[in-house]
Write a protein that binds this ligand. Sequence first.
Ligand SMILES: Cc1ncc(COP(=O)(O)O)c(C=O)c1O
Length: 395
Amino acid sequence: MPKYNFDEIVNRKGTNALKTDALEPRYGNPDLIPLWVADMDFKSPPAITEAIIERAKHGIFGYTCASQAYYDAIINWMSRHHDWKIQQEWITFIPGIVKGIAFVVDCFSSVDHKVIIQPPVYHPFRIIPNLHHRTVVDNPLILEAGQYRMDIEGLKNLIDPACRILILCNPHNPGGRVWTRQELADIAEICYDNNILVISDEIHSDLAFAPHKHIPFASVSDKAAQNSITFMAPSKTFNIAGIVSSFSVIPNKELREKFHAYLSSSELEEGHIFAYLAAQAAYDHGGEWLAEAKDYIRKNITFVDEYLKVNIPQIKAMIPEASFLIWLDCRELNMSQKELVSFFVDDAKLALNDGTMFGQGGEGYMRMNVGTPLVNIQKALDNLKKALETKQIRS
Ligand SMILES: Cc1ncc(COP(=O)(O)O)c(C=O)c1O
């Protein structure tokens, strides 16, 4: 018997939730079904809410440091869930992973350096280095039998001495791949040998679906451990993105000291009272909630896949091995990207992410967030089916 009710509809409108309250400025219509930005519509584990309320009742919110219990919660979670033994001094709070990427780019490269990414991929991987005037080099993923794999040979061929950083999305957004040990070890080897620092963004790591198991990049080899900065967070896992409680894990002393010096020169490593508290509560008490949330998300994914196969076979779901985002292959609709986006927004009244924002390989795709009660998904797919029928009648 499940303990948590993921079917509960919680109205997020009017809470300044980006997902609902930015529909009007972003999509021109406040009433679309919001299946875009990557947070979920589920209430977080009660243990997090209770910890925050309990602390708020104290009534004094002065300067706060990270407690021993906070570090222990992270260390134990990594060991229990990812078989990764990490040490306390490797961990530092950061005020968000996208910001963390900017800090690493700023700290470890200069304007004449290049940053490698593997598109289609989470768009800030391109946007942030570009905004810092770094050249971004694409090592596109290879689409094979409806699933992505890394182009290891392509990576070897594009490297030149100006390449200094590779940003890895582990697991992958938007494709949902949980990379294999071999893929990660290959990246580790190539990057170490070519003096390219790896940023491993592991924000979706806790959401891998069995039998797939997340492998922390830094755990695959010594070369990986000594040449990487890993970013993790309880934000996607427990739906607490608004609390901002990310952290970096850096096994190598030299890299760690350089990065920590960079952060502390602007006091960027100082977390806030609820970040520490929420992360600790999540990792200490959120395991059962997470297991149920993953079961629910998995059923949503299966529902989407089966619905599309029966009703809209022109759209194909790439089944994610991790997380609540489905990469929809809409190429058989034979629409230009502009027509595709307008079809989803104007005809089907749905707010999804335009595939092209993820870079090369995103044309003809849309990204759908299924971290929401099933009824929302049923309604969204019915809208899509009806919109397509209407379009076909008209043409
Ligand atoms: C791969 C990836 N990294 C980072 C983020 C955002 O992290 P943060 O809110 O900590 O900047 C997201 C959010 O969707 C993501 O998918």
